[in-house]
Ligand binder design. Structure first.
Ligand SMILES: [Zn+2]
Length: 210
């Protein structure tokens, strides 16, 4: 699958930060650039620019600090993107958020004890629900667009942790919880190594080593 411009942008920002040997300052810059790219993507999505059938997952691990970000169109996880039509649809959104916050339910490292999860957040902007605290201003703005007739609900999650060693691989299994997932685009920075992968059907193993 050909990489898209936005995801290439993540890699480009990462390499602009400097050579690979500038140590912790540059590594922090990598993490920040990933976060900035993600924030930019969120702003873009506010205008309905997400791509149905395509979930993005970004992993950054540097000096033992781990961050994973997921962005998914609502249609991929719960099958609808409009304001919930009743308690059942609201429950579906809440259940999806609970799963996304529970990293071990869909992410697994090799070796299994390479990293420890320490916190998570997940929100569903664009649905017009008041669920969850906003990850940032963009999400908060999205919650106020509840009367927008052209809703595009989506899911954003941020998972944080620490790693005692650089993980060798990441197993992703969103399919188990969300059978409708078609494709997960993974971009990662693991120490000094970066790469990408496309997981068809929402599950698979990403080799995180050079
Ligand atoms: Zn949509």
């Amino acid at each position: 699958m050909a990489p898209t411009g936005r995801c290439l942008n993540v890699a480009a920002r990462a390499s602009v930060g400097g050579s690979r040997n500038k140590g912790i300052t540059m590594r922090i810059a990598l993490l920040l650039s990933l976060a900035a790219a993600s924030a930019l993507a969120q702003v873009e999505r506010q205008h309905g620019h997400h791509e149905h059938g395509r979930i993005t997952l970004q992993l950054a691990q540097a000096d033992g600090v781990l961050e994973v970000r997921l962005e998914a169109p609502g249609s991929d996880l719960v099958g609808f993107e409009h304001v919930p039509a009743g308690p059942a649809q609201q429950a579906a959104i809440d259940a999806a958020l609970a799963i996304l916050r529970d990293a071990p339910a869909w992410l697994e490292f090799t070796p299994a004890d390479a990293c420890t999860w320490e916190g998570s957040e997940a929100v569903a902007p664009g649905y017009g629900s008041s669920d969850g605290a906003g990850l940032d201003r963009a999400d908060e703005d999205a919650r106020h667009r509840h009367d927008h007739h052209d809703a595009h609900g989506e899911f954003h999650a941020v998972l944080r942790g620490s790693c005692r060693t650089g993980p060798a691989a990441l197993r992703v299994d969103l399919h188990r919880h969300f059978p409708g997932v078609q494709r997960v685009r993974v971009d990662f920075i693991n120490g000094n190594h970066q790469g990408q992968a496309n997981l068809q059907g929402g599950k698979g193993v990403v080799d995180l080593q050079p």
